[in-house]
Design a protein around this ligand. Structure first.
Ligand code: CTP
Ligand code: MG
Length: 257
C-alpha cells in the first residue's frame, strides 16, 4: 500500500517577489519546502515523497531535501520531478512519477510550510477510513461580497469603485487548505478526466487550483476535516513575516510543554 505525498514546489512565487523560487525561500534559515516535507514525514503517515520543482531548479530542490528522516529514524524515498505550467500540471507530473500501487496519496503545497503533522495525520486517517477525497477546511472569518466578473483589476477594486451584487453568508463556507488526501486510483482518474475534458493544466487561468475540486468534478464526494491556521498559504512578504512569528511562537510553546 502506498503512503505517498506529492509536495508541489514548482511555482515561481511571483507574488512573493524573491529572486529564488518560493519553495526555496528561507523561513528561519530553512527553505519552505523543507519545513513542509519535515512536517509531512513527522506525521508518520508518509514514507515516500515526490516533489515537483521548477524545471531550472530540480538539482537545487534535490540538494535541499538531503537528510530527511522518518520518525523511526529510517530514510524516506524522495523523488524530484520537473513541474508543469500550473499547479494542476505539476501534480499530474508528480502522479506520473509515483510507483504503481493502491493506497493513499496526499497532495501538499510547499507554500503551506507550517502545516502541522496533526493535520497531515487527520487527512490520512480519513482516507484510510474510506473517504476517497479529503480536504482540511478552516472557517471563513471575513464577510463576503459578490461583484461582477472582471471587477477586480490588478488584484483590487479599481479607483472608480464598483457596484456589489449581494453578500454571501459565511457560516456555511470553509477555506480550503492542504494536504488533501486521496485514494490513489480516484485521484489518477480525476486528473485523466480533467485532461479528457480539455482542462490539462497547460493554462494557469483555467487549471484547477486544488485536487479535491477535480475529484468533485469527477462525481465523488469530498470529505472535510479540521484544518489549522498554521497551514495557511505563504503568498506574500507579509505572509512570510507572519509565518516567521508563528514559527517562533510555536517553538516557544513546544519548549514550554
Ligand atoms: N506550484 C507548482 N507548479 C506550478 C505552480 C505552483 O508546483 N506550476 C505549487 C507552488 O510551488 C506552491 C503551490 O503550488 O507550493 C501553490 O501555488 P502558489 O501559492 O500560487 O505558488 P506560486 O505559484 O509559486 O506563487 P505565485 O502564484 O505568487 O507565483
Ligand atoms: Mg501560483
Amino acid at each position: 500500500m502506498l503512503r505517498s505525498a506529492i509536495l508541489t514546489a514548482a511555482g515561481s512565487g511571483s507574488r512573493l517577489g524573491s529572486s529564488l523560487p518560493k519553495a526555496l525561500v528561507p523561513l528561519a534559515g530553512t527553505p519552505l519546502l523543507v519545513h513542509a516535507a519535515r512536517r509531512l514525514l513527522a506525521s508518520g503517515e508518509v514514507t515516500e515523497l515526490v516533489v515537483t520543482a521548477p524545471p531550472a531548479h530540480v538539482a537545487d530542490v534535490r540538494a535541499a531535501l538531503v537528510g530527511l528522516t522518518l520518525p523511526d529514524g529510517g530514510e524516506p524515498a524522495v523523488t524530484v520531478v520537473a513541474g508543469g505550467a500550473s499547479r494542476q500540471a505539476s501534480v499530474a507530473a508528480g502522479l506520473a512519477a509515483l510507483p504503481p500501487g493502491d493506497g493513499t496519496v496526499l497532495v501538499h503545497d510547499a507554500a503551506r510550510a507550517l502545516a502541522p503533522p496533526e493535520v497531515v495525520a487527520r487527512v490520512a486517517r480519513a482516507v484510510a477510513a474510506g473517504h476517497v477525497a479529503v480536504t482540511p477546511l478552516v472557517p471563513v472569518v471575513d464577510s463576503l461580497q459578490t461583484v461582477a466578473d472582471g471587477t477586480f483589476v490588478g488584484g483590487r477594486v479599481p479607483d472608480g469603485g464598483a457596484p456589489t451584487l449581494g453578500a454571501t453568508p459565511r457560516t456555511t463556507l470553509g477555506v480550503v487548505q492542504t494536504p488533501q488526501g486521496f485514494d490513489r486510483a480516484t485521484l489518477d482518474a480525476a486528473h485523466a478526466a480533467a485532461r479528457a475534458a480539455g482542462v490539462d493544466g497547460s493554462d494557469e487561468a483555467t487549471a484547477a487550483t486544488d485536487d479535491a475540486t477535480l475529484v468533485e468534478r469527477a462525481g465523488h464526494p469530498v470529505h472535510a476535516v479540521a484544518g489549522d491556521d498554521l497551514a495557511m498559504k505563504i503568498t506574500t512578504r507579509r505572509d512570510l513575516a507572519l509565518a516567521t512569528l508563528l514559527l517562533e511562537e510555536h517553538d516557544d510553546d513546544q519548549r514550554d510543554s
